[in-house]
Design a protein around this ligand. Structure first.
Ligand code: AMP
Length: 395
């Protein structure tokens, strides 16, 4: 995929609308994790070094189309200012005369951060007038918001049809890395898929079945797979509507010669709580009154063996209820095994990334994808609207 690059463009004096994903976690009005900001800094630094005038737009949370101070970009602006040496100003509005004036007053190399794009319902509606108003702030559009590329919103899709459009460095890195996973992965290719629900992961599992050599399943979704094979799962998470699809996926993997592994032992609890009574059980089945909360030690060791031999690894979703310390071991051990591996390692999804960060292993991973939903949809084989618009947009 040849996404249009900014490196060779003459952008001096040009106003750039840079869409980023600064949807960062906030606590009491301060940013608690700057990963998403950091990942975009190479693009921002490049634009500034070219003498561009950079207008940054992002969404933050779900204000549902209404102005809501709880979701203001102001704290993000305050944090951002401390992370760069550039001159940065804030606009309380997204579109309209004040925002336009601020964008016109920018000097070469200066940055303007706009208020939350989603304070306008028109953003998510990709409404034409709003698209034009956003586009009127700038001469060129650069999209570095891979995490929002699966949405066809005004600032991620519509605007690309109004201005000469380019992909930022992060956007290109995400697409190139995820693209190489599906087009030419070094083998063996191992997919580790966990998390709560089969329903949200079934499509990616189906799509990966053509490409991978091993699928290691963990987390709450493993229990629907076990139950589909008539293994008792007690009160564990179970999605009846996906039982048949889970059954068929195991069958298809077998037919295609793919090694699909399920947990063979568990850490179980008598309720969904960190205060619950819990124990390890050396069995695949779970008795009534108990629920599976984490993969057990045999499963960890089975998965570690596969991970050790891998040349490519994609990991999405925790192996257990890792937010509760008692049930975090499986996820942590898998994070360590992935970090230790010599394979090309790609981790996507907020929870798996949180586990990697908690274990301070982020620098041992080849690529941490900033887009949970976007990376899943990309690997499901879907064309992301934000990416498609860059390919088809004006030049
Ligand atoms: P997802 O967003 O689908 O990747 O799921 C992440 C969530 O799955 C986390 O909040 C975990 O607590 C949850 N989870 C993982 N393992 C289990 C389990 N065995 N039972 C219930 N929830 C789980």
């Amino acid at each position: 995929m040849n996404l249009p690059k900014i490196e060779n463009e003459d952008l001096a004096g040009k106003r750039i609308f840079l869409r980023v994903d600064f949807n960062v976690p906030l606590e009491n009005g301060t940013v608690t994790d700057t990963t998403r900001i950091e990942k975009t800094l190479p693009t921002i630094d490049l634009l500034v070094s070219k003498g561009a005038r950079v207008i940054i737009g992002s969404h933050l949370g779900r204000p549902k189309g209404k102005v809501n101070p709880e979701f203001s970009m102001k704290p993000v602006f305050e944090k951002f200012k401390t992370m760069v040496e550039h001159s940065v100003v804030f606009s309380d509005t997204v579109v309209g005369s004040d925002a336009e004036k601020l964008s016109k007053n920018l000097k070469n190399g200066e940055i303007l951060i706009l208020e939350n794009l989603r304070f306008h319902a028109e953003e998510e509606e990709n409404e034409k007038k709003f698209v034009k108003a956003l586009a009127s702030l700038a001469d060129v559009y650069v999209n570095d918001a891979f995490g929002a590329a699966h949405r066809a919103h005004a600032s991620t899709e519509g605007i690309a049809h109004e201005l000469p459009s380019f992909a930022g460095l992060l956007m290109r890195k995400e697409i190139e890395t995820l693209g190489s996973l599906v087009s030419r992965p070094a083998k063996p290719f191992v997919a580790i898929i966990g998390g709560s629900k089969v329903s949200s992961k079934i499509k990616i599992l189906k799509n990966l079945t053509d490409k991978v050599d091993h699928i290691l399943i963990g987390g709450g979704m493993a229990y629907t797979f076990l139950k589909s094979r008539a293994i008792p799962i007690g009160n564990s998470l179970f999605e009846k509507d996906y039982e048949v699809q889970a059954y068929q996926l195991i069958d298809n993997a077998g037919i295609q010669g793919i090694d699909l592994q399920l947990p063979v032992d568990h850490v179980i609890a008598d309720s969904f709580s960190d205060k619950a009574k819990s124990k390890s059980v050396d069995k695949m089945g779970i008795l009534d009154g108990w629920m599976g909360m984490d993969i057990g030690s045999k499963t960890i060791s089975n998965y570690e063996k596969v991970i050790k031999e891998a040349k490519t690894i994609f990991w999405n979703g925790p192996m257990g209820v890792f937010e509760m310390d008692k049930f975090a071991n499986g996820t942590l051990q898998i994070a360590k095994a992935v970090a230790k591996s010599k394979a090309v390692t790609v981790v996507g999804g907020g929870d798996s990334i949180a586990a990697i960060n908690k274990a301070k292993l982020a620098d041992k991973i080849t690529h941490i994808s900033t887009g949970g939903g976007a990376s899943l949809e990309f690997l499901e084989g879907k064309q992301l609207p934000g990416v498609k618009a860059l390919l088809n947009g004006e030049k």
